[in-house]
Design a protein around this ligand. Structure first.
Ligand code: FUL
Length: 724
């Protein structure tokens, strides 16, 4: 700089000596070069930008949401609000064990459900009697939030809170008084438990509940009732670095499903569609969930969070012990959430003891190991990288070497006019990889719309991957190993100059494909794999298959209910994750005895018992429907019935999904006994099979499924009914 200043000095001087003229010319030339190049300013930020809290959230990538409360003891997903606080008496509650389980999976924090829809508070709040101080836990002296805080501090994890706006216990719910109470609850949580990284506000709102004994339906207008602007002002004041999660932000948006995946293209920015509210973020302003993709160059920085439970439900149910997601399923979800710039929020469900079950801990720990193994070594480190354009020619400031340093925000940039450019990564020797990571410096906004990746194989460039909406994190999981010594990245579309900050090449350990198990109406079970494996072994006794379990050679029949587990093997040491299917009684002899009229022949009642989740029994019609509607089944012979299951439609549509039911049984098809009734909680957001365990097992040949309410549409839809 000193040198440059000296060189330019002559320009501003009166030329006293003729020889200086020559110098002046050179200096002018240098100045032009300098202005074009070395003094080039940083790229102008593009569109809306993340806040400090959002940057922290992005870097966390993964956290767990912990559901523990009265539902664990009543076997429900949504408590009604009339549960006795005395239910909370865990024998081994340990926040440390729970947070450690999350940490073992590589998660960076926990969001604690401090109050779920049932209204029970796991901290000694002053706002309601319905809290932990009324439970036997630590003789009413317990405070689980405090224990979580201490556990997080001990383990270096971040803490967040979930305090349900909907409260089925509170007598004031639906009135202005409740809003005061809710804000008071948040204030307690914000002031007494240290710094929080997230305040999580659920979208499920209003409906039936206990409400202080009134037991009625309370409807609220979610766009006006909560007065979110005032509530968020409290969050900003008391927890300035916390992001606020809601269906539509304001800081983090819901991805729109509880399956754990974002869209293949997923923008961190979003413009909510809310004509009546003037496109504002907020819990109540969404018409349709467009959270999966977001909006290119949207009005708000509002990246997506993918919430999904490790188990089928959010709360622990013993019957779902077989349904814990496997390490590779979690890894797959990681690519589909974190790998698409979103965050993965994995549900953990402590069991009645108050700790994360051993089955869950095992899967989490193995998943954590897989992640570590995959991302331990960035094979692009040490590479020589050349770029087709460097901003102002200033390699020291904007050169491609920043793509492989450890700083997420140092970056390679191009000139303003250059919106498509390449970098070539010379690895110096052939390297084997199957995962690529790309990141932009999001402090300058989300800029890159599309890029393509080539590898130099057999003397020529071959395209191996493409990606859209790069943003804070983009992982490309390749379908096969690539062996190459040179990689090329071609940014093909960007509205402004490029500001790419990170390139990684990684090798995910090879694993065998997991088999798929299906059963047809005749009761025949077939097990297949996508790619050939040397052996598939299975069990019918609930144990995980080992090398000595029966070898699968051809379809076999399972008439009774039970669990089929399978796993692929290669050689002596390699084995896949375990997959399973919970089977009810085979439906070979089942017949429909009667049903509310189907809307057309393609949607016949028989589709409800054909073992095809894709076919529907539907009575949906244009005009308002009358409820209840029923379907009656003759199982051909009497069975011991412990539970039944309703599988809602699996095509992402909500019309006709039943959320309130009665289940009858009979031995002659004439005299009916009510065996169960209730609601299918959370079926809208998480449309998985709804298992209902009967209060006591019964023996019957006939059953009748009665729908008393649906979540949308006129009529009912049933993908499948099963009996266990
Ligand atoms: C949903 C709730 O209704 C579920 O019970 C659960 O808490 C999940 C994380 O959010 O919308």
């Amino acid at each position: 700089m000193v040198l440059l200043r000296r060189m330019y000095r002559p320009i501003g001087l009166k030329i006293k000596y003729p020889f200086m003229k020559k110098f002046t010319g050179i200096a002018l030339l240098l100045l032009i070069i300098h202005l074009k190049g070395f003094s080039q300013t940083a790229p102008k930020p593009y569109g809306v930008l993340p806040t400090k809290g959002q940057l922290n959230w992005q870097q966390m990538e993964m956290y767990c949401i912990i559901h523990y409360g009265v539902d664990v003891y009543t076997n429900k997903e949504w408590g009604y609000g009339d549960e006795d606080p005395k239910l909370i008496n865990p024998s081994q509650f340990s926040a440390l064990q729970i947070v450690a389980a999350a940490k073992a999976g590589g998660f960076k924090g926990v969001v604690v459900v401090a109050k779920h829809h049932d209204g029970f508070c796991i901290w000694p709040t002053k706002t309601t009697e319905h809290n932990i101080s009324k439970s036997p836990y630590k003789n009413g002296k317990g405070d689980m939030m405090k224990e979580y805080r201490e556990a997080c501090d001990k383990l270096g994890m971040q803490l967040g809170v979930y305090c349900s706006p909907w409260d089925r216990n509170n007598p004031n719910y639906g009135t202005a008084e409740y809003i005061k109470i809710y804000r008071e609850q948040l204030k307690e949580l914000y002031t007494n438990y240290g710094p929080l990284f997230i305040s999580w506000h659920d979208g499920a709102n209003g409906g039936d509940g206990y409400y202080g004994g009134k037991r009625e339906v309370r409807k609220i207008d979610r766009s006006t009732y909560y007065g979110w602007d005032t509530t968020w002002a409290i969050t900003r004041k008391l927890q300035p670095n916390a992001v606020i999660f809601g269906d539509v932000g304001p800081d983090v948006r819901w991805v729109g499903n509880e399956e754990g995946h974002a869209g293949e293209t997923c923008w961190a920015t979003y413009t909510p569609h809310a004509p009546e509210e003037g496109k504002k973020p907020g819990n109540g302003f969404v018409k349709d969930y467009e959270g999966t993709e977001g909006t290119h160059n949207g009005d708000y920085w509002m990246p997506a969070e993918c919430d999904v439970s490790l188990r089928p439900g959010w709360f622990y149910h013993k019957t779902q012990d077989d349904g814990v997601k496997s390490p590779y399923t979690l890894l797959d979800l990681y690519y589909k959430s974190v790998g698409r710039g979103a965050a993965l929020d994995l549900g953990l469900s402590p069991d009645p003891r108050g700790i994360v079950n051993e089955i869950d801990v095992k899967s989490l720990t193995e998943f954590g190991k897989l992640l570590k193994q995959t991302f331990a070594v960035n094979l692009a480190k040490g590479a020589t990288i050349t770029a087709s354009n460097v901003r102002g020619g200033n390699k020291a400031k904007y050169g491609p070497q920043f793509l492989v340093d450890n700083d997420r925000y140092s970056y390679w940039a191009t000139d303003d006019k250059v919106t498509a450019a390449n970098v070539v990564i010379d690895l110096h020797a052939p390297k084997t990889f199957n995962v690529m990571r790309l990141r932009e410096n999001i402090k300058l906004g989300q800029r890159i719309e599309a890029l393509e990746v080539d590898a130099y194989i057999n003397g020529k460039w071959q395209q191996i991957g493409t990606a859209t909406s790069i943003g804070g994190n983009r992982l490309i999981r390749l379908t096969q190993n690539i062996i190459s010594n040179k990689i090329r990245i071609r940014v093909t579309k960007s509205p402004v100059s490029i500001a790419l900050s990170d390139i990684g090449l990684f090798k995910e350990p090879v694993h065998l494909t997991v088999p798929k198990i299906v059963r047809n109406k005749k009761g025949e079970v077939s097990i297949t794999t996508e790619a050939p494996v040397s052996a598939i072994r299975y069990t019918l006794n609930g144990q995980d298959p080992t090398q000595s379990s029966p070898l699968y050679t051809k379809p076999f029949t399972v008439i009774d209910d039970g669990v089929v587990k399978a796993r692929s093997f290669e050689g002596k040491s390699q084995k896949s994750d375990v997959t399973f299917i919970s089977l009810g009684y085979a439906k070979a002899d089942w017949k429909v005895l009667g049903a509310a009229a189907a809307n057309d022949n393609g949607n016949r009642p028989e589709n409800a018992i054909d073992e095809h989740p894709g076919t529907l029994y539907s009575t949906l019609q244009k005009d308002a429907a009358i409820y209840p509607q029923q379907i009656t089944i003759d199982m051909g012979k009497a069975h011991d019935i412990k539970a039944f299951g309703y599988l809602p439609r699996q095509d992402k549509q909500a019309d006709g999904i039943v959320d309130s039911y009665v289940f009858y049984i009979s031995n002659d098809g004439k005299e009916w006994i009510k065996a169960a009734s209730g609601e299918f909680s959370n079926i809208k957001s998480n449309p998985i099979e709804q298992p209902v365990v009967l209060s006591k097992p019964v023996n019957a040949r006939y059953f009748k499924f009665e729908a008393t309410r649906v979540i949308a549409g006129n009529g009912i839809t049933v993908a499948e009914l099963s009996v266990y």
